[in-house]
Design a protein around this ligand. Structure first.
Ligand SMILES: [Mg+2]
Length: 366
């Protein structure tokens, strides 16, 4: 089988009202954007992949074609090595590898998790927020999630004093597992500069979370390459420390493991690794006694790729992003069906490949 074509679409979906992501400080996000790729083959099978996008997008269809045309999509390792070169000269290409697995699975009539040597598995979801909002409003939000079956919620904080939001939610829900994301690992600085925390501030937050109790993990309190800082923090607190969602390539995740930086490793298969490298990193994490719970906040295709990975990797939680106006329907806006959980439990689609289909009505550039 040979790859015969690469087609890129920029997709853009308007949200009901602006969303204020902590990772783009000061930016009112009005649309969900993605760069969507269809990788065509001479067998008539097309694979899908998508990258998050922003501000009208970036066109790299021609450049990717140069790396992919004529290759056998089954040669995932060989193509990944070519994509390592693309990573030097262009945008991060890890999402593109998802299309190869989609093709291989469609060709074999098997879901990706089965290609990865796994069986279907039920995974508890945690509700993942993306904004800092007032404690009262957040307590109402959590009430809704609890009534939908979630047993864990991840709250955002950007300043140490935002632990008061965590405390308010804890007071209202004494039994709920709470994750806390500081989002200091990376940021898209187009509006405001985000304020990094000093090590002392990160430690103060961790100690306060220890006291609040029932904390699943504290996520990204420090920059994503501060492997030593993470290791020191992990040593100094009992709260599990998580990170790695946006490190670039497998070696940076390996650095987190060799430095004993983290309790929970979170590389996103769409942003950091691709599917094959994600499973390799997950195996390495297991050998280090580190839990593997990938970040999933991109789009429906990125989400489902990570869902197959966590099915194979045995992840104890699945990040399910929901913080209106951001909803699962917005996340999956260019798929025919929204991938949902049932009473707090999710399973990967059982259809061939990634197991999802494009809603062509959402593709307005053809
Ligand atoms: Mg995060």
């Amino acid at each position: 089988m040979k790859i015969t074509g690469v087609t890129q679409h920029h997709v853009e979906h308007a949200m009901d009202e602006p969303f204020h992501p902590t990772w783009i400080p000061g930016y009112p996000q009005a649309t969900h954007e993605a760069e969507l790729f269809e990788i065509e083959t001479d067998a008539g099978i097309t694979g899908l992949a998508a990258s998050p996008s922003f501000a009208g997008g970036l066109d790299y269809e021609d450049q990717l074609s140069y790396f992919l045309l004529g290759e056998d999509p089954h040669n995932v390792e060989g193509i990944l090595r070519k994509l390592e070169g693309f990573n030097l000269v262009g945008p991060r290409p890890w999402h593109v590898e998802h299309a190869l697995w989609d093709i291989i699975g469609k060709d074999a009539g098997k879901p990706v998790y089965e290609l990865l040597g796994a069986e279907s598995r039920e995974i508890p979801v945690y509700a993942s927020t993306g904004q800092v909002i007032d404690a009262d409003e957040r307590v109402d939000y959590v009430q809704e999630r609890v009534s939908e079956g979630y047993e864990a919620v991840k709250l955002r904080i950007t300043e140490p004093e935002h632990t008061e939001i965590v405390r308010a939610v804890r007071d209202a829900f004494p039994e709920l597992t709470l994750m806390v994301d500081a989002n200091k690992g990376w940021a898209v600085r187009v509006m405001d500069e985000e304020r990094q925390w000093s090590f002392a501030e990160a430690l103060t937050v961790a100690r306060e979370l220890e006291e609040i109790g029932g904390i699943g993990w504290l996520e990204e309190p420090l920059p994503r390459h501060d492997f030593e800082g993470y290791a020191r923090l992990r040593e100094a607190t009992d709260v599990p420390i998580a990170g790695g969602e946006f490190n670039n390539g497998a070696w940076q995740l390996r650095e987190h493991l060799t430095h004993d930086s983290l309790d929970v490793l979170q590389p996103d298969a769409a942003l950091a690794t691709g599917i094959k490298r994600a499973t390799e990193i997950a195996a390495m994490a297991r050998q280090h006694g580190v839990t593997f719970v990938p970040h999933t906040w991109t789009n429906g295709l990125g989400f489902v790729a990570n869902l197959h990975v966590m099915t194979a990797a045995g992840s104890p939680w699945c990040e399910f992003s929901i913080d209106p106006p951001w909803t699962p329907a917005v996340r999956d806006c260019f798929l025919t069906e929204t991938i949902d959980h049932e009473d707090g439990i999710i399973t990967a689609p059982e259809g061939p490949g990634l197991g999802v289909e494009l809603d062509r009505n959402q593709i307005t550039d053809e």
